[in-house]
Design a protein around this ligand. Structure first.
Ligand code: BDP
Length: 578
């Protein structure tokens, strides 16, 4: 799905800003004095707990004027994200609806609007998570009649319109999709879809804007191509012309492959250093913010991180574009977090239920999951920064039914994109012995908290357990292995001379213990600390104002461990620490 852009044939109007907001009332004029910022999650904007804890639909509304020059053009309304379900109304007409909180959708509204005139735009957004949504959740009704949302992940279920909303124009016949595939010798293959059959041609402009190739047969050849490399980004523009429409798709020339136990970018071994992140900031919640975007990438550069995982959902497209431009490597994840009922029963003492069954997560969940994969790949396939798809975080891959559930999803991912490796992040209950799905994937991504949730405060035992565990995976599967999560909650300002959990010293010692183990395993291809920054967690779970495993605080100040990581990672340039 194409990102809206201005091109010689397309215009773009941002609808970001303040919208009228209400818990109910639309699509007629909202009777409200509340206003909500877009982009932003609505939860932390207001002081009223009835809004923060609301379960169900909310309404956003504003007037929009179609530019007067757009007569005869197609007019599209594009929502970058409505978390988790969105419905778009032009005046009283429902023009589009979409399920899935972290991928975009759009509607051709040409027949409902006129150039130069205003219309009332309403978007209703629903935050409910159920056993057929990705991510899953559950709604219960309390004894006093309140609907309560629970879910199987720790981060707060921020909702609303966390990304931009756009109005854009195209010519009547227009480009609807572009797919670019590259090879290191400079061969660029492109596929273009259009709303009606028209002749298509394309040319490539280099970073200086000079034309370096052109064709109309789907294949382009660039002589002496400059590759996109981690830490040394280089982007070309593919300018596609189809009839009267022009679309410009940036791309990079690079490959990402697994060979034996190596992860190769452009045929060279790559060692991941970095983080699992979250889209999470004070007040905005999951709202995209360009200032935090720039600052977070500055901090990643400062600390020597060359990569991150979009845990646990697709991030705003601006984030991936920034990574493309700055040579940061991305593992791109679906929102399939929490397909694991054992963790929940472990935490609550509820009797364990099988994760994969018709009564729990069955065919309908898997179809929602498949759709999440389709939309992720459709949106992000052209980003050179994305080197691997992660299709789930901590599923119950050790349980009956996991293989039946995942096999078709892995096949689907590979069919949609044969060019990138595929992984999932394995939960602690899934071991080399009992995991049912690891052989289907390319890289072993392991989440482990020895020394935190297990053997808390005992880093000596933790080191032994961790090494045994990781070596078991290497031995059984012979695939590249990386740590996709390891971390310890840390209260900034808390110090100790002993191995005391929650202190800054303990976080640093915990990470150092993990690093000793990684460095003893030749098949290791990377380390992503959990988490880049502290983040807000679900109401009512056992956390003190959020998850504190950040190496930076929620307002992005370094904890002691940040300096130690900086020492380890700086200067590696994708090579394994020695
Ligand atoms: C892992 C999850 C991650 C959590 C983390 C934690 O993948 O989302 O935030 O644990 O508990 O199980 O800090």
């Amino acid at each position: 799905m194409l990102k809206p852009r201005t091109t010689p044939s397309r215009e773009l109007v941002s609808l970001d800003g303040l919208w009228r907001f209400a818990l109910d009332g639309g699509p007629g004029p909202l009777d409200t004095t509340l206003e909500a910022a877009v982009p932003a999650s609505y939860n932390d904007l207001f002081t009223d707990p009835a809004i923060r804890d609301h379960v169900g639909w909310v309404w956003y509304q504003r007037q929009v004027r179609v530019p007067r020059g757009w007569a005869g053009e197609r007019v599209f309304l594009r929502v970058d994200a409505a978390t988790h379900e969105g419905r778009v109304y032009v005046d009283d007409v429902l023009v589009s609806s979409h399920v899935g909180g972290y991928t975009p959708f759009e509607a051709d509204i040409s027949e409902y609007v006129r150039a130069g005139e205003e219309f009332r735009l309403s978007i209703s957004v629903n935050n409910e998570l159920t056993d057929v949504t990705i991510p899953p959740g559950r709604i219960t009704v309390t004894a006093d009649g309140r609907r309560k949302q629970t879910y199987l992940h720790d981060f707060y279920n921020y909702a609303g319109l966390p990304r931009s909303v756009w109005l854009y124009s195209t010519p009547a016949v227009h480009i609807t999709d572009v797919t670019v595939t590259t090879a290191l010798d400079g061969t660029v293959t492109y596929e273009v879809e259009t709303s009606e059959p028209v002749p298509v041609s394309a040319r490539v402009l280099d970073a200086a804007g000079t034309e370096v190739a052109s064709s109309s047969d789907g294949v382009l050849r660039i002589d002496n191509p400059t590759l996109w490399r981690p830490g040394a980004a280089y982007l070309y523009d593919l300018e596609v012309t189809a009839g009267d429409d022009v679309y410009v798709q940036p791309f990079g020339i690079r490959t990402a492959k697994v060979r034996g136990t190596e992860f190769l970018i452009n045929g060279e071994q790559f060692y991941f250093t970095g983080f699992g992140k979250h889209e999470d900031t004070p007040v905005r919640g999951k709202g995209h913010d360009d200032a935090y975007l720039v600052h977070d990438f500055q901090l990643m550069d400062w600390i020597g991180a060359n990569s991150f995982r979009t845990s646990h959902y697709p991030y705003a497209e601006e984030v991936l574009e920034f990574a493309d431009r700055h040579g940061i490597v991305v593992i791109d994840e679906t929102a399939a977090v929490g397909l694991n009922l054992a963790i929940h029963s472990g935490l609550t003492g509820a009797p364990p239920r099988p994760t994969f069954s018709p009564e729990t997560f069955g065919d309908a969940t898997r179809e929602a999951h498949a759709q999440a994969i389709r939309e992720l790949v459709a949106r992000d396939k052209n980003h050179p920064s994305v080197v691997m798809w992660c299709i789930a975080n901590e599923p119950a891959s050790n349980e009956d039914g996991a293989r039946e559930y995942f096999e078709p999803l892995v096949e689907l991912t590979r069919k949609l994109d044969p060019t990138r490796p595929v992984c999932y992040a394995a939960v602690i209950f899934a071991t080399a012995e009992n995991d049912r799905i690891a052989d289907l994937f390319d890289v072993l991504c392991i989440n482990r908290y020895y020394g935190w949730y297990v053997t808390t405060g005992d880093l000596v035992t933790a080191e032994t357990y961790l090494e045994m565990d990781l070596r078991g995976w290497v031995k059984r599967y012979g695939k590249p292995i990386m740590m996709s999560e390891y971390g310890a909650d840390t209260m900034p300002g808390l110090h100790s001379v002993w191995d005391t959990p929650w202190t800054e010293e303990y976080q640093a010692a915990y990470l150092a213990m993990n690093h000793r183990v990684f460095d003893r395993i030749p098949e290791f291809i990377g380390e992503h600390v959990w988490n880049f920054a502290d983040f807000q967690t679900a109401h009512g779970i056992h956390r003190v104002d959020g998850n504190k495993k950040g190496v930076f605080t929620r307002d992005r100040r370094p904890k002691t461990a940040a300096h130690a990581l900086r020492e380890r990672w700086t200067g590696l340039n994708g090579r394994k620490p020695s």
